[in-house]
Structures are given as C-alpha cells and as structure tokens.
Design a protein around this ligand. Structure first.
Ligand SMILES: C[S@@+](CC[C@H](N)C(=O)[O-])C[C@H]1O[C@@H](n2cnc3c(N)ncnc32)[C@H](O)[C@@H]1O
Length: 222
C-alpha cells in the first residue's frame, strides 16, 4: 500500500518537471536540434565571420530603414547579433529570449559594448508568449527564429497586439531548400507559408524580399 502511494506521488511530482524540461524542446523540434550543440558553440557560430559573410547585417539594417528612437523587440535575440547593431543605429532594443544562457551572455555584453546606456534592455520570454504590452513596439524582429516557434497562430496574435500603430514585423529566415548552413529541411518554413500565416492573422502590407540575402528571405508586415 505504502509503495503504491510513493509511486503515485512520484508520478504526480514528475509531470510538471518533465513538462518544464520539454517546453519548446520536444524531440525533433528546432530547439531540440539546435541544442545538440553547446550554447558556447552556438554563440561562436552566430558571431562568426562566416555568418556575417552571408548574413550581411548592414544590408538588413538598411532594408529595415530608420531606427532612431524606435522601440524594437528582437525576439530570440540569442547572442545579441542584431540587438547591438540595432542599438548602434539609435533603436531602443529589448533583447528577448527564452534561454538563460543566451540572456546571461547578452547581459555581460551590455556592459562591454559601446552602446548608449539603456539602449539594450532584456526580457526573459516564454516559448509561447513574447510578453509584449499592447502597442508596445515599433518594430518586432525575428532572425532565424520563426521556425522555432510552435503555436504560431497564438504566438503571432500576441506579436500583432504588441505592435504600435504603423509598427512593423520583420521576419528573416532560411529558404526551404538545400543550403550549406541552417536547420534541417523539415524544420524550415518557406516564405509563402509565413506570408499566408501572417495574412490569416490580419497582418497588412506584407512584403517579401528574396533577393537581398543569399540564404534567407525577409518578410515585413504591418
Ligand atoms: C537560431 S537562434 C537565432 C539567434 C539570433 N536571432 C540571431 O539571428 O543570431 C534562435 C534563437 O531563438 C530562441 N528561441 C527558441 N524558441 C523560441 C521561442 N519560442 N520564442 C522566442 N525565442 C525562441 C533561442 O533561444 C535562440 O536564441
């Protein structure tokens, strides 16, 4: 009798623990795949000159346009690759991520980078919620993150509510074709799917660019 009570209690206790551990990390998911590498390795890869060669961040920044005084959330900011570049162009950036290790890296980077005080702040968000206030951001940016988000209908409804009047969503992600870098084919989401998902949620003025970058498309929407 006592043993069966112990087994049942263990089972009940382990449900939330297992749930927390697998949130956003289901076997076969983009996050599960990405975290086969250590966070250190991932940061090295995100910040590498090889990445910059194909990422061409200056082109991306020029494409987005004037950032002075804009409130911008970088969802899935990772190592802060784009966050600090945005801040250096005058944006007030909220570098948002789900992963403690990435947040710790960016926290340290804030003290070292030559950016004006307060221009990069941080927010720990959840896998299912970017924790945006209504109309809080002028720009919401995701680079190589769209394909990590699972319940996108629910998630991007919250993103849309977080955009100010005239605010802009910017999605950069990998073409769904054979590429020398990026996630496996079955994790990629092609540009037409992104467009139609955003259209269904009521985003307007959806624009697609397939020419600016070698391996990634850029979608903007209001
Ligand atoms: C491939 S990295 C891209 C990092 C960065 N945006 C860049 O371009 O270098 C994906 C990032 O998305 C974050 N991420 C994964 N799932 C997420 C989710 N559901 N919501 C927000 N961020 C997420 C990861 O922790 C990681 O920092």
């Amino acid at each position: 009798m006592k043993t069966s009570i112990k087994i049942i209690s263990l089972f009940i206790i382990s449900i939330p623990i297992l749930y927390c551990h697998t949130e956003g990390h289901k076997h076969g998911s983009a996050n599960h795949h990405m975290h086969k590498r250590s966070t250190e390795d991932l940061i090295r890869m995100f910040e590498s000159p090889e990445r910059t060669a194909y990422q061409e961040p200056d082109k991306v920044l020029a494409y987005i346009g004037d950032l002075k005084g804009k409130k911008l959330m970088d969802i899935g900011s990772g190592s802060g690759y784009f966050s600090f570049r945005f801040a250096k162009k005058g944006a007030n950036v909220v570098a948002a991520d789900v992963q403690e290790e990435f947040l710790a890296y960016v926290k340290d980077r804030i003290t070292k980078e030559d950016v004006s005080p307060g221009s990069v702040t941080q927010r720990k968000i959840s896998y299912t919620d970017p924790f945006l206030n209504d109309k809080e951001m002028d720009i919401i940016f995701l680079c190589n993150v769209y394909h990590h988000i699972e319940n996108r209908q629910e998630y991007f409804t919250k993103v849309k509510k977080g955009l100010s009047m005239g605010g802009k969503l910017v999605v950069v992600d990998f073409f769904k074709k054979d590429l020398p870098i990026g996630p496996p084919m079955d994790h990629k989401i092609d540009q037409e799917t992104v467009k139609s998902e955003l259209e269904k949620l009521g985003f307007k003025n959806i624009k697609l660019d397939e020419k600016l970058l070698k391996y990634q498309y850029i979608i903007t929407a209001e």
